[in-house]
Design a protein around this ligand. Structure first.
Ligand code: ADP
Ligand code: MG
Length: 352
C-alpha cells in the first residue's frame, strides 16, 4: 500500500510533458520501430534546463515506457534517466509513443570503441582529464576492468529488478557525462519476467551479432505467457529454472572480447568471429587453440592482456561466453570475480 501511495504522490509532483513543449533537434538514431532525436523544451516549460532525448516509437513504445518506469523506481542508476512517456495520437502517421530522457552524453560505447584512442579516451572521460602517463598493457587492462565493472553493475541492477535487456551491445550503452559512468539504454526489447511483460521472446528484436546462441530466452516447455498475478507468483521459480539473465551475460562477454581485441571491433570481424566460434561449438578455449598459433600482434596483445594476473581476465571472459546459459556466470557473481579484486575496485572507486 505504501508503495502505491508513494508512486501516486510521485506521479502528482513529477513534470509531465506534451508534444507542444518539445522542440526537435538533431536526429540521433533511426530504428525499424522508431526514431530518436535530441530535443529541447519550449521556453515557457523549461523549468529544469538541459537537453533531452526523444524517442518516437511505434509498436514497442508501450513496453519501453513500462520498462523505463520500472527502472526509474527500482534501479535508476543502471539506465539513462527517464523523464516521461505518453501516447501522442495527433500525429499524421497515426498514434506514436513519445518517450523522454535526459541527454546523457554524446558518445555510446560503440562510438568510443571505434576510436584509435580506445580505451584511453574512456579513461579521460571517467577521470575528467587526460592522464599524462605512459601507455601500456597494464593501464589498458585497468581501464577495461573499470568499464566491465560499470557494465556488470548496471546489468546486475536490471537483473535484480527482474528485467532482462536482450539487446546489450555497445550501441546501447551511453557514457553519462554527468555521472561519468556508462549507462544502459534502449529497453525496447527488454522483458520483465516478474510480471510477465513482453514475456514471449521476440527473436526478431534481437541483434544477431551480440545474441547468445539459445534462440529462445525461456525454454519451450515453459507455459505460455502467464497473466500478471500468476506470473508474479511463478516467475522467481521460472527465473531460477531458465536463468534468462544469462542471455545478457553472453552479450556483455562479447563486448569484453571486443574491448580486449581491437581486431574484433568492427561488425564484419565480429560476424566472422561468431562463425569461427560456432565452428568450435561455442568453446572459447578451442577457438583460442585454433587462432593463437597463427595470431598477429594485435590478437596476441589481447591474449596477453587477458592472461595478466594468472589469467583472471581470460577466466572471466570464458565464464561469460559459454554455450549453455546455466554455465554462464551471473552479473552479481561476476562482480565478485577476482578480476575485479583490489586494483579493479580501486579503479571503480574513482567514479563514485
Ligand atoms: P534505437 O536503437 O531503437 O534507435 P536507442 O534508444 O538505442 O534507439 O537510441 C538511439 C541512439 O540515440 C543511441 O544509440 C544514442 O546514440 C542516442 N541516445 C539514446 N538515448 C540517449 C540518452 N539518454 N542520452 C544521449 N543519447 C541517447
Ligand atoms: Mg539502440
Amino acid at each position: 500500500f505504501d508503495m502505491f501511495v508513494l508512486a501516486f504522490v510521485e506521479r502528482l509532483f513529477r513534470s509531465t510533458y506534451k508534444k507542444d513543449d518539445i522542440v526537435l533537434g538533431k536526429k540521433l538514431g533511426e530504428g525499424s520501430f522508431g526514431s530518436v532525436y535530441r530535443v529541447s523544451l519550449a521556453k515557457k516549460t523549461s523549468s529544469k534546463g538541459g537537453d533531452l532525448v526523444l524517442k518516437r516509437a511505434t509498436e514497442y513504445g508501450a513496453v519501453e515506457i513500462w520498462m523505463n518506469e520500472r527502472v526509474r523506481r527500482a534501479c535508476a542508476n543502471s539506465c539513462a534517466d527517464f523523464l516521461y512517456g505518453f501516447l501522442e495520437s495527433s500525429s499524421k502517421k497515426g498514434a506514436e509513443y513519445w518517450l523522454l530522457w535526459r541527454f546523457e552524453g554524446k558518445a555510446t560505447l560503440a562510438d568510443l570503441m571505434q576510436s584509435r584512442e580506445f580505451p584511453y579516451n574512456v579513461e579521460a572521460l571517467i577521470l575528467g582529464e587526460v592522464q599524462d602517463l605512459p601507455k601500456g598493457l597494464d593501464r589498458e587492462n585497468r581501464i577495461i576492468q573499470t568499464i566491465m565493472g560499470q557494465l556488470l553493475f548496471a546489468l546486475d541492477g536490471l537483473h535484480s529488478t527482474g528485467i532482462v535487456h536482450r539487446d546489450i551491445k555497445p550501441q546501447n550503452i551511453i557514457f553519462s557525462e554527468g555521472s561519468r559512468t556508462f549507462k544502459i539504454i534502449d529497453l525496447g526489447a527488454a522483458a520483465d519476467l516478474r510480471v510477465g511483460i513482453n514475456y514471449i521472446p521476440k527473436e526478431f528484436l534481437l541483434d544477431p551479432r551480440y545474441a547468445a546462441p539459445e534462440q529462445y530466452i525461456m525454454s519451450t516447455q515453459t507455459p505460455s505467457a502467464p497473466s500478471a498475478p500468476v506470473a508474479t507468483a511463478l516467475s522467481p521459480v521460472l527465473w531460477q529454472l531458465n536463468l534468462p539473465d544469462r542471455f545478457d551475460i553472453y552479450s556483455v562477454g562479447l563486448i569484453f572480447l571486443q574491448m580486449a581485441f581491437p581486431g574484433l571491433r568492427s561488425d564484419n570481424s565480429l560476424i566472422q568471429f561468431n562463425r569461427q566460434l560456432k565452428r568450435c561449438d561455442y568453446d572459447l578455449v578451442s577457438w583460442r587453440q585454433t587462432v593463437e598459433p597463427r595470431a598477429g600482434p594485435e590478437l596476441r596483445k589481447g591474449f596477453e592482456m587477458l592472461d595478466l594476473d594468472g589469467g583472471i581476465g581470460w577466466e572471466l571472459l570464458t565464464s561469460m561466453v559459454r554455450f549453455k546459459a546455466r554455465q554462464r556466470i551471473s552479473a552479481k557473481t561476476a562482480l565478485a570475480h577476482p578480476y575485479f579484486g583490489r586494483e579493479g575496485l580501486l579503479a571503480l572507486s574513482f567514479i563514485q
